[in-house]
Design a protein around this ligand. Structure first.
Ligand code: C2E
Ligand code: CA
Ligand code: CA
Length: 742
């Protein structure tokens, strides 16, 4: 709560007081100097409270000390306003002190109630609270005035009250010390003192012992219950079970407040010296407190409902979240299937069109999917950033018949949002069986999730949209990945990963100008493993950082030893995004170059396009750093991603490597040739070197030469060779292909 708001609340309360008090006097037909003085003081207090927010706005003190300041100003003003006229008339000073204490307690009690209410409510209740605040204060002020001013209670009554007050205070203080939270401690203190004050009011305001006892007993019970049941700080805010407890405690705590007021009313009602004005005040307080309490309880209920909804729902799509899925998985009555669907390409949409469009696509995909799934009696959840989960009745064999439609429903989302099919968002799915009878077994409930995830991974590995069902095959693929990871870690640690070198040839001269270093791994148990497979495993486990550094060191050392750099030829090394994101990569490159005194421009680092799509990624900064070192940056596999081009002008790129799939398409029936020609043309205009990958035939090489592609690599020339054959390749001149006949 900001200070101005607190001060405004105090100001409003004072205003209510200023209205109540004269009304009371008018009701009693007493209008003398004391009343005028009191009015003046009340107004002065009001003025201070109104001025405070203007003066202290933007101050640096903590909100607590501001709160204390506002509350003290208000209390001091009100106490003076209440006590001063009474002092002028009444003979005993002791009752005024007691009632001043009572007043403080009441204030504190009310403020505490407001604080609890504030956590779960907005400020529209300000008026109701101010009314309550003012009415309570007016009631106590009036009591002070009436009793001391014209009722004139005897000294023995006052002394008895004093003894009770001190006893209540000591008891309350002892209880208060047991509470840990400092602010709550203060609040409890206030509540206890307030209750003691009420007891005193009940005892001293009537000569009827029966009525006095009712008030006293109820007051003590109220104090005890308040101390026991006040909500603890921070509970409601944090939600969950703690919130439920806080609501219960809040309800219980409100009971004694009502009991306290009812006790007062009963005491006054049955007293032969019943005070009409006080009675009205208390009636007002009861009504306002009841209204406020009811509003609080409703608001807490709403907050609670919202918190429990949030705990089980995804805020973006409104679908159930992972926790809701876990709950659903613990209670299947009959066999069901769990489908996990992943949106491929969502990150590209977000990178290029922005987060808002990405979220819009997710929302649309979720809505489409839900519509489809609900029609088949299933439930939809969103379980991860770009993953939905679906629970459908039936075994996987039956459920997969719905999948093409479900996948199509998701793929339609970007079209709905962007109005164009430029960003294909294609979903892949993994399906697993959820066996019936898992009820209550939380650990077992996670099994289908793990299986569906593995199936999803298998589906993803096939490349395109589609799905796979968890099976023995999926399980063994997973087992193989785990085994590979273990063996590869060993091989990397022992230097068992070798490097081969594929010559890169100038199309026009036939000379070898460059070598690409390619990792090779022969495991004693598993045999030769393709880099496509082991690099993927290494990237998943971060192992690629150590592996990449090993390849880089070995490749530079071998190329250096074979005289590659001395002859002015270059070396290209593949670098994974994961390496770029690991700290210190640029330092490693700098250190290796320095160690062999290699001109940095002779080292090319091959990266894939994904590095460049997010302009804020740390990887991009590392690329800039590497280029500043003098290394050449190549875009590998160009033509397989989105080929967004935008980054070409933003970033230091020197080489474009045309992907093998594009190379093959040149000699096919489609527009492959036009695409490659356009890409080579663009690269040449931008001053980039073009390397065409996967050149396998003379025809391909001839076309490349004709469309002015600079360099080529492929089996037409040579596959990757071992380190001892680098120097032989270095001196070699491959025959230049003749112009194609077309
Ligand atoms: P890449 O960077 O695109 O490497 C070119 C791949 O094409 C190599 O496969 C190479 O042997 C193969 N290739 C070369 N000429 C031809 C051809 O005429 N026809 C066909 N069909 N293929 C040809 P390889 O060695 O299996 O490597 C596969 C991928 O593994 C590489 O693709 C690269 O992405 C990755 N890789 C290899 N070594 C490393 C490494 O040290 N670090 C990282 N991060 N990735 C590596
Ligand atoms: Ca490469
Ligand atoms: Ca490539």
């Amino acid at each position: 709560m900001t200070f101005p708001r607190l001060a405004w609340r105090a100001a409003l309360s004072t205003a209510v007081l200023a209205v109540f008090v004269p009304l009371a006097y008018v009701g009693e037909r007493r209008w003398d100097e004391a009343v005028q003085l009191k009015l003046l003081l009340g107004l002065a207090c009001l003025a201070v409270c109104v001025a405070l927010p203007l003066v202290v706005r933007g101050g640096t003190r903590s909100s607590t000390s501001r709160w204390v300041l506002a509350a003290s100003v208000f209390s001091v003003g009100t106490i003076v306003a209440g006590a001063y006229p009474a002092l002028l008339i009444g003979p005993f000073p002791a009752p005024h002190l007691l009632h001043a204490v009572s007043l403080l307690g009441m204030l504190s009690l009310t403020v505490q109630q407001l604080r609890v209410a504030r956590v779960v409510r907005d400020d529209e209740s300000l008026l109701v609270e101010a009314l309550l605040f003012g009415a309570i204060t007016a009631s106590v002020s009036w009591d002070v005035f009436a009793r001391c001013g014209y009722r004139g209670d005897g000294w023995w009554n006052t002394s008895a009250a004093l003894v009770i007050a001190v006893g209540a205070f000591v008891a309350a203080a002892t209880a208060v010390l047991a509470v840990e939270h400092p602010r709550l401690r203060l609040a409890h203190l206030g509540i206890a003192i307030g209750a003691a004050g009420t007891v005193l009011t009940a005892v001293t305001s009537t000569r009827d012992p029966a009525a006095g006892n009712i008030g006293a007993v109820m007051g003590v019970v109220a104090a005890a219950m308040l101390v026991a049941f006040q909500p603890r700080g921070g509970m409601v805010r944090h939600g969950g079970t703690a919130a439920t407890q806080a609501v219960r405690r809040m309800r219980l705590a409100s009971l004694p407040v009502v009991a306290l007021l009812v006790a007062d009313t009963v005491a006054f009602a049955v007293s032969p010296r019943a005070d009409g004005v006080q009675f009205v005040f208390i009636a007002v307080v009861i009504v306002v407190a009841a209204v406020r309490q009811a509003a609080s309880a409703r608001a807490i209920d709403r907050t609670h409902a919202r918190l429990s909804f949030q705990a089980l729902h995804d805020s973006l799509t409104g679908l159930g979240n992972r926790a809701a899925l876990a709950e659903a998985l613990t209670a299947p009555d009959s066999a069901q299937s769990l489908v996990i669907l992943e949106l491929g390409g969502l990150d590209d949409v977000t990178d290029v069109l922005g987060v808002a469009v990405g979220e819009e696509v997710l929302r649309a995909a979720g809505a489409n999917l839900r519509e489809h799934v609900t029609a088949h009696g299933g439930t939809t959840f969103r379980v991860r950033h770009d993953e939905f989960a679906v629970l459908l009745p039936g075994r996987p064999e039956e459920v997969v018949t719905h999948l093409p439609a479900a996948l199509a429903a998701i793929s339609a989302a970007p079209l709905q949002v962007t109005g164009a099919g430029r960003f294909p968002v294609e979903a892949v799915a993994g399906v697993a069986c959820v066996e019936a009878g898992l009820r209550g077994q939380e650990a077992g409930a996670m099994v289908p999730l793990v299986h569906a995830d593995l199936a999803l991974r298998a589906a993803r590995a096939t490349g395109g949209p589609g799905w796979s069902v968890y099976s023995g095959e999926v399980a063994s693929a997973h087992a193989r990945r785990l085994l590979l990871r273990e063996r590869l870690a060993l091989a990397v640690a022992e230097g068992g990963v070798d490097v081969h070198y594929q010559p890169i040839v100038n199309f026009t001269t036939g000379r070898v100008e460059k070598f690409e270093a390619l990792a090779r791994w022969d495991d004693v148990q598993l045999g030769r493993i393709s880099p496509v497979e082991f690099i993927a495993v290494a990237e998943e486990s971060n192992l690629v950082v150590a592996l990449g550094e090993h390849v880089l060191r070995r490749a530079v050392a071998s190329a250096h030893a074979a005289g590659v750099f001395a002859s002015g030829a270059r070396l290209a090394v593949n670098v994974s995004v994961v390496q770029l994101q690991s700290p210190g990569f640029a330092d490693v490159v700098r250190e290796i170059l320095g160690h062999y005194r290699i001109p940095p421009h002779l080292l090319t680092l091959e990266l894939t396009e994904s590095v460049f799509l997010d302009s804020d990624s740390p990887a991009e900064r590392v690329v800039t750093e590497l280029a500043a070192l003098g290394c050449q940056i190549a875009i590998d596999d160009f033509g397989t991603g989105y080929s967004a081009f935008g980054y070409l002008d933003r970033l230091p790129v020197h080489v474009l490597k045309v992907d093998r799939s594009l190379t093959q398409s040149m000699t096919g029936a489609g527009n492959g040739l036009s695409v490659v020609t356009a890409v080579v043309d663009l690269a040449n205009r931008l001053g980039l070197t073009v390397v065409v990958e996967g050149v396998e035939t003379d025809e391909e090489a001839a076309i490349c030469r004709q469309i002015s592609a600079g360099l080529g690599q492929g089996w037409l020339y040579s596959a990757a060779v071992t380190a001892d054959r680098i120097s032989a390749e270095l001196g070699r001149e491959y025959p230049v292909s003749a112009e194609p006949v077309r």
